[in-house]
Design a protein around this ligand. Structure first.
Ligand SMILES: NC(=O)c1ccc[n+]([C@@H]2O[C@H](COP(=O)([O-])OP(=O)(O)OC[C@H]3O[C@@H](n4cnc5c(N)ncnc54)[C@H](OP(=O)(O)O)[C@@H]3O)[C@@H](O)[C@H]2O)c1
Length: 353
């Protein structure tokens, strides 16, 4: 008998080498029809895979799933019906829902799928020796669905637990292809590395560092008497132009497409803002994620009435920056002139700098 399929070492899994065959005779139960569950369920269905959805009683998202053509079962019913069970629940609900309503109903060889490594990496769920894999789209859920519905896809991070049977990689690749996360490659990793890097990126950059940088810069201009609309345009709105350039052309290409004044100011002043002390604090954030302190704190505090997720977000929405965004956003939505122009840089003149 030939060896089970494995990703080739040192390179990502390509869509063309992933066969859908391991999934074709199986039913996928998608438990949780939120942002990511909906995207995965619809993409699986479009790939010809049989899907049922699991939702708690009176779930508004369960109602949506039914209206979008899915058979919707209880969480326990879906766990029993699926040969592959995709747990698309919020991190904080994974452990309790799995213990109460999923695990008791699984057949011994039912496979578990995750879109993020948290539950397995930080001990909320112990899959034991059953097939268990990660297919983490590097995209927000609605954008994943939009990309696949438009004929495209996104890259993904893939992992299989150490105790999974050897044919789990083939199932993982099939699933990743069916949900559309092998475009741009399926990058093998581990549950832990995906989770740690994801949380670090969110905290240090995407949802923490960048947002505080915007707040601080906006406040600095407004406190010095500059108009808040002006401050919002310069410190917040134009960020999307730079991130679009970065996304499409990398750092070098972005620098070639902006003014020399912006390049010089950024390269000489940026390091004064993000200095060695910031890098040191980033390393401490990483320590807290790696040793599980962040996971424990989040699970303990996420629904605290004063310091939990909702309360902190409500407090942020009272800031001047948030208010300026609410005032300006309706005027900015959909304005073509404010999007990144699709122009090539004048390579020669820029390279002479
Ligand atoms: N959102 C993204 O773009 C994104 C990106 C990458 C990875 N992920 C990963 O995808 C997974 C799902 O995240 P998500 O953002 O899609 O979550 P979400 O939008 O918050 O959706 C959660 C779903 O779970 C259901 N649910 C919540 N608590 C439940 C409970 N106790 N019992 C049964 N159902 C419950 C909700 O249904 P109700 O209608 O009943 O409330 C909802 O359908 C997570 O592992 C996340 O890390 C998400």
């Amino acid at each position: 008998m030939s060896n089970p399929w494995q990703p080739a070492p040192g390179r990502p899994v390509e869509e063309a080498e992933a066969s859908l065959t391991p999934l074709e005779s199986r039913t996928v139960a998608v438990i949780g029809y939120g942002t990511m569950g909906r995207a995965q369920a619809l993409n699986l269905k479009d790939s010809g895979i049989r899907v049922v959805v699991g939702a708690r009683e009176a779930s508004p998202r369960g109602t949506l799933a039914r209206s979008e053509g899915f058979e919707v079962l209880s969480v326990a019913g879906a766990a029993a019906a699926g040969d592959v069970v995709a747990l698309m629940l919020p991190d904080e609900a994974m452990g309790s829902v799995y213990t109460a309503d999923v695990e008791p109903h699984l057949a011994p060889d039912t496979a578990l799928v995750f879109a993020h490594g948290f539950a397995v990496a930080f001990g909320q769920i112990d899959p034991g020796s059953r097939p268990c894999f990660l297919a983490a789209p590097k995209s927000q859920g609605d954008m994943l669905r939009e990309a696949v519905a438009g004929g495209g896809g996104v890259p993904g991070l893939l992992a299989v637990t150490d105790q999974s049977p050897p044919d789990t990689w083939a199932l993982c690749a099939a699933y990743a292809r069916a949900v559309g996360c092998l475009r741009g490659g399926g990058w093998p990793t581990t549950f832990r590395a995906e989770c740690v890097a994801d949380q670090f990126g969110e905290q240090a950059v995407l949802c923490g560092g960048v947002i505080e940088l915007l707040q601080a810069a906006f406040d600095t201009l407004v406190d010095r008497g500059y108009d808040r609309a002006n401050a919002y345009f310069e410190c917040v709105h134009e960020l999307t132009l730079i991130t679009n350039l970065l996304h499409r052309h990398g750092i070098d290409g972005m620098r070639r497409r902006i003014s020399p004044t912006a390049v010089y100011g950024g390269l000489t002043r940026g390091p004064r803002i993000i200095d060695a002390s910031v890098r040191e604090r980033m390393a401490r954030l990483l320590d807290e994620i790696e040793d599980g302190r962040f996971a424990a704190e989040f699970l303990d505090k996420h629904d605290h009435p004063v310091t939990g997720v909702r309360a902190l977000a409500d407090k942020e929405s009272e800031t001047g920056l948030a208010a300026a965004g609410r005032d300006l956003q309706s005027r900015l939505d959909g304005l073509e002139g404010l999007r990144e122009p699709d122009v090539q840089p004048d390579e020669e003149s820029r390279d002479e700098r």
